[in-house]
Design a binder for this molecule. Structure first.
Ligand SMILES: Nc1ncnc2c1ncn2[C@@H]1O[C@H](COP(=O)(O)OP(=O)(O)O)[C@@H](O)[C@H]1O
Ligand SMILES: [Mg+2]
Length: 296
C-alpha cells in the first residue's frame, strides 16, 4: 500500500524524469538569501529569511505564496534590481550583483515602451546587449516571427491587445538569449481565456527555446499547470514552506487539470498558502447569529 500523500505519488516514468532533472547542471542557486527593508520608524523588517534553493538547466519553477510574502522581492533580487542583506545568489556560479543580459524579465504591468514600435521594442534589448542596428533588426524580426506577430512589427503597443503586448514583452526578454527568464505574475492582468492561451503559448516557447524559467504567480492552477517544481513560500518573514515536484508529464494538456494528481497538488498548495481556512468555520458563527434559515 502506497503511504505517500496523493500529490507525491508518481509513475516510474515521472520519478525517472525528476531524477534526470536533478542531474542537470545548476544554473541558479540561492543560498540563505536574506532581505530586510527599513520601516518608517527606522527599524528594519526581515522580508525574506534564509531562502535556499537550486534551479537546474531548463527547469520551469514557480514561486507561490500569500500576498506580501516576498515573491516579487525574491525575483527582483535574482534580477539584480535589489541588494541582498545576507546570503548569496549565484548564476552559473557567479554572484549576482546587478542586472545583466543573462537574466530576462517580464512583469505583470505591460512594460513595453509606448513610444516605440513593436519591432523597436524587441530591438531595444538586443541593442542594449551590444548588437548593431542591422543585426538587432534582423534578430527582432525573427523573434516576431516566433511569437506570430511579424505582421505587427510597425504597430505601437497601444494598438495591441493585452495578450499580444505580453507576447512582445516575452520576445523582448528572450531576444538577447538570456540563461534565465524571470516572470513576475506576467499574466495577472489578462482575462481568463487569454491567460490560458498565454500559458500554452509560454509552454510552447519553453519547449522550443533553450531557457530556464522562474515564474511568480498567486494562481494555484497556473502554478500546477506550468511547472516542474513549485516553491511555496510562507509570509512574515518569507520562508520556503515546501518545494513540490508536480506529478504531471509534459506536454501539459487542458484535460490534465481535471486529473487526480493535478487536483491533489492544487489542494496541497491551497493548504500551504491558506492554512487559516481550517479555522474559518468559527468566523461563520457570526453569520449564524443573524438567524439565517438553514432549511432553504
Ligand atoms: N522597497 C521597499 N521598501 C519597503 N518595503 C518593501 C519594499 N518592497 C517591498 N516591501 C515589502 O516587502 C514585503 C514583500 O513584498 P513583495 O515582495 O512585493 O511581496 P509579494 O510579491 O509576495 O506580494 C511587503 O510587505 C512589502 O510591503
Ligand atoms: Mg508581487
Amino acid at each position: 500500500m502506497d503511504t505517500l500523500p496523493e500529490y507525491k505519488r508518481m509513475t516510474p516514468a515521472l520519478r525517472d524524469r525528476f531524477e534526470r532533472l536533478k542531474k542537470r547542471p545548476v544554473i541558479l542557486e540561492c543560498r540563505d538569501v536574506v532581505k530586510e527593508f527599513q520601516n518608517g520608524g527606522g527599524s528594519t523588517r526581515r522580508v525574506l529569511d534564509k531562502i535556499s534553493f537550486e534551479v537546474h538547466n531548463r527547469e520551469f519553477i514557480s514561486i507561490i505564496g500569500p500576498s506580501g510574502c516576498g515573491k516579487s522581492t525574491l525575483i527582483r533580487l535574482i534580477a539584480g534590481l535589489e541588494t541582498l542583506n545576507g546570503g548569496d545568489i549565484l548564476l552559473d556560479k557567479v554572484p549576482v550583483t546587478k542586472p545583466g543580459a543573462e537574466r530576462g524579465m517580464v512583469f505583470q504591468k505591460y512594460t513595453l515602451f509606448p513610444w516605440l514600435s513593436v519591432l523597436r521594442n524587441v530591438m531595444f534589448g538586443l541593442e542594449c546587449a551590444g548588437k548593431d542596428r542591422d543585426t538587432a533588426d534582423y534578430m527582432a524580426r525573427q523573434w516576431l516571427d516566433i511569437i506570430g506577430l511579424e505582421k505587427y512589427a510597425n504597430y505601437y503597443p497601444c494598438q495591441l491587445s493585452g495578450g499580444m503586448q505580453q507576447r512582445v514583452a516575452i520576445a523582448r526578454a528572450l531576444a538577447p538569449q538570456p540563461r534565465v527568464l524571470l516572470m513576475d505574475e506576467p499574466f495577472g492582468a489578462l482575462d481568463a481565456q487569454t491567460r490560458t492561451q498565454m500559458q500554452n503559448y509560454l509552454l510552447e516557447v519553453w519547449k522550443n527555446v533553450d531557457i530556464t524559467i522562474l515564474f511568480v504567480t498567486h494562481d494555484l492552477d497556473e502554478a500546477v499547470y506550468l511547472s516542474d517544481r513549485i516553491l511555496a513560500l510562507r509570509a512574515n518573514p518569507g520562508k520556503i514552506n515546501e518545494i513540490i515536484e508536480v506529478p504531471l508529464e509534459h506536454p501539459r494538456t487542458q484535460e490534465m487539470i481535471l486529473s487526480a494528481p493535478f487536483q491533489a497538488t492544487r489542494r496541497r498548495l491551497d493548504e500551504l498558502i491558506n492554512p487559516h481556512r481550517a479555522t474559518m468555520k468559527n468566523e461563520f458563527k457570526i453569520i449564524n447569529m443573524v438567524g439565517a434559515d438553514h432549511n432553504f
